[in-house]
Design a protein around this ligand. Structure first.
Ligand code: 13P
Length: 260
């Protein structure tokens, strides 16, 4: 893939500096506030709504994907396993404790609950997690290519970069562990040969991050088809980083994120 003469620095490299760690990419304050004001029934209705949207937007097929939100008291509301996430009813959802043990619900919880819980443990600012198999972004994940090049200004402002986690078998603790090094600094991660996981201050933000990843993957694919990637210069990325700081830094939470 030929490049223009501009910088070849990846956004991941650019953002991997000590001073940016913990000061950006933190979920929005407004989202956190709205999340905390909702009742359990409203959270159930929202998961059903965004499950439908994931399916209608072709970000999942058949029984793919899972969604969860943080409730109070160390509890988490999650989608059931092996069911179309586009056809759920609020009562199909399952509540688990922080160890993944079911505390409410007639169905079995998602096979990926360990991955969701790892993100909640390491990101106290996160209240919602979405996992999907968007075709273009998952194609990148299957090709072993991270979405971390400075190709689009909007992506640098919203997500920073989208790294690629190593492959591990779906539904295993190893898969959750493969994400562990990336979770603290990223709201969207490609999972090699599998799919994408996103998170946010509330379910709307986590869902929109998923849409953004797939949209960016399509744009990146077009640059591959055209055979040319004209990446932004370091100076331009720097300015975008300032914008990101301006719009995201007000909701800064402690850099000392939760650890296992
Ligand atoms: P669950 O139905 O168990 O949530 O699994 C769906 C999936 O996408 C696994 O990666």
């Amino acid at each position: 893939m030929p490049d223009s003469g501009t910088s070849h620095i990846s956004v991941t490299q650019f953002f991997a500096t000590a001073e940016t760690c913990g000061t950006i990419k933190r979920a929005s304050y407004t989202g956190r506030l709205f999340h905390c004001m909702k009742t359990e029934q409203q959270h159930r209705d929202e998961i059903v709504h965004f499950g439908k949207l994931l399916h209608q937007s072709r970000l999942i097929a058949a029984t793919d994907g899972n969604l969860s939100v943080r409730l109070d008291g160390g509890r988490f509301l999650c989608t059931p396993t092996v069911m179309s996430k586009g056809l759920m009813q609020p009562d199909d959802l399952v509540i688990v404790d922080e160890h993944g043990k079911k505390v409410n619900g007639s169905r079995e919880v998602s096979s990926e609950i360990a991955m969701h819980l790892l993100i909640y443990r390491r990101r106290p600012d996160v209240n919602a997690v979405v996992h999907a198999h968007p075709p273009t972004a998952t194609g990148y994940a299957a090709a072993g290519i991270a979405l971390d090049r400075a190709l689009c200004s909007e992506i640098i402002v919203t997500l920073g970069s989208v790294p690629l986690a190593n492959y591990e078998t779906p539904g295993t603790p190893e898969l959750a562990e493969a994400l562990a090094p990336l979770v603290a600094e990223h709201d969207a991660i490609l999972m090699a040969n599998h799919g994408v996981v996103t998170c946010g201050a509330d379910l709307l933000n986590a869902y929109m991050n998923m849409e953004t990843v797939e949209h960016f993957a399509k744009i990146a694919l077009v640059t591959h088809l055209l055979g040319k990637q004209q990446t932004l210069s370091d100076q331009h990325v720097d300015k975008l980083r300032e914008i990101r700081m301006k719009y995201h830094n007000h909701n800064q939470v402690s850099a000392a994120q939760g650890k296992d």
